[in-house]
Design a protein around this ligand. Structure first.
Ligand SMILES: [Zn+2]
Length: 353
């Protein structure tokens, strides 16, 4: 298996895309406006980290966690924006009085154990990297992100969004960004960025279905349904089964995800559509899972993930996934029909072009 150290290309990946927060901010949702400002601040913090390499000291960069034990560490930011200040839970401890810290601990454990027991991967870096989780980040902060070293969760504003640690698929999504960083390092822009987003959605949803013991048929295939507050109840951030239908309301606008190459988004926003065009491979994954079940589909995708490289585009991705399916058919891990199913699923979304 390929392994890449992540000293250079760390991605800072937010679960709620800016275009949703911008719509909310335009509709006078104060928390969205504040979260956008925070995200800009965080990008400046990242810029500082980049400068670090050139010798400029940044006080905010604590670096990656300890390797070897895949131990969980949950920190309480207490509404501030400094990470790793107050450790409230660590590996082996159970349930404190704070349900948000408990969720971060439990869900990250489920994600870690899925990768270990089902896919034989030892944590994010496959070398037992500790999982560092910061909760109660910022004041009403309406986002969650992987910052290149650790996970950060806002509490939401309680109206549009509730705590971002409340969702297994969100935690799985963000930790998978870490795995991508340590495997292919897919560049967070254009088609490679959309694949980066896609893989995070794939494992976020696969882990949720595995944990809930759902079949592909029974599952809702929604990302972020559990973080919606009372005002946005019933909406979600993305639908892998039906991209473009996760939300449609006055506050958030309309879900812009295409489910076919003919509607590919060519604009510049969202790093050239990383959260938008991911709908296309997402739909293909759903079509495969529907036929051979999500666990088998996820196994194919996980194997493909090891052969990707930083600038992989959709067409190349299709070839790599088909090759992975072939290998797993040969080893008897997936049924023979999987190859044809993968090919026709991609064909159904217009791939390869
Ligand atoms: Zn993401």
């Amino acid at each position: 298996m390929h392994k890449k150290t992540c000293s250079n290309k760390k991605c800072q990946c937010f679960i709620v895309p800016n275009y949703i927060l911008e719509n909310l901010a335009q509709n006078e949702v104060e928390a969205a406006r504040i979260s956008l400002a925070k995200s800009r601040q965080m990008r400046r913090r990242r810029a500082l980290k980049e400068y670090d390499i050139n010798g400029v000291v940044s006080l905010t960069d604590a670096g990656p966690g300890h390797r070897g034990e895949s131990a969980r560490h949950v920190y309480d930011c207490k509404g501030g924006t400094t990470l790793r200040v107050n450790e409230v839970l660590k590996e082996g401890e159970r349930s404190i009085g704070d349900p948000v810290a408990n969720h971060a601990y439990d869900y990250s454990g489920i994600v870690r154990d899925y990768f270990k027991n089902v896919l034989h991967r030892d944590s994010i870096d496959n070398e037992g990297l500790d999982l560092i989780l910061n909760v109660h980040y910022g004041d009403d902060y309406t986002n969650a992100f992987w910052d290149g070293d650790e996970m950060v969760f806002g509490d939401g504003d309680g109206e549009m969004f509730i705590s971002f640690a409340n969702s297994l698929d969100v935690v799985g999504h963000e930790l998978t960004h870490g795995i991508t960083q340590f495997t292919s390092g897919l560049e967070y822009n254009g088609q490679s960025g959309a694949l980066n987003e896609h893989l995070s959605d794939v494992f976020g949803i696969a882990i949720k279905q595995y944990h809930l013991q759902q079949t592909a048929e029974d599952a809702d295939w929604l990302i972020g349904a559990d973080i919606m507050g009372p005002t946005l109840k019933g909406q979600a951030l993305r639908s892998m089964k039906a991209p473009g239908t996760a939300y449609d309301n006055k506050l958030m606008g309309k879900d812009p995800q295409p489910d076919h190459m003919r509607n590919y988004f060519h604009g510049e926003r969202d790093n050239n559509g990383v959260h938008i065009n991911s709908g296309i491979p997402n739909k293909a994954f759903y079509l495969v899972a529907k036929e051979i079940e999500t666990d088998k589909a996820a196994l194919i995708w996980y194997h493909a993930m090891q052969s990707l490289y930083a600038t992989t585009k959709f067409n190349q991705f299709v070839q790599i996934v088909i090759k992975a399916a072939q290998k797993l058919v040969d080893s008897g891990d997936v049924p023979e029909k999987a190859i044809k199913i993968v090919e026709s699923a991609f064909k159904a979304v217009g791939l390869p072009e």
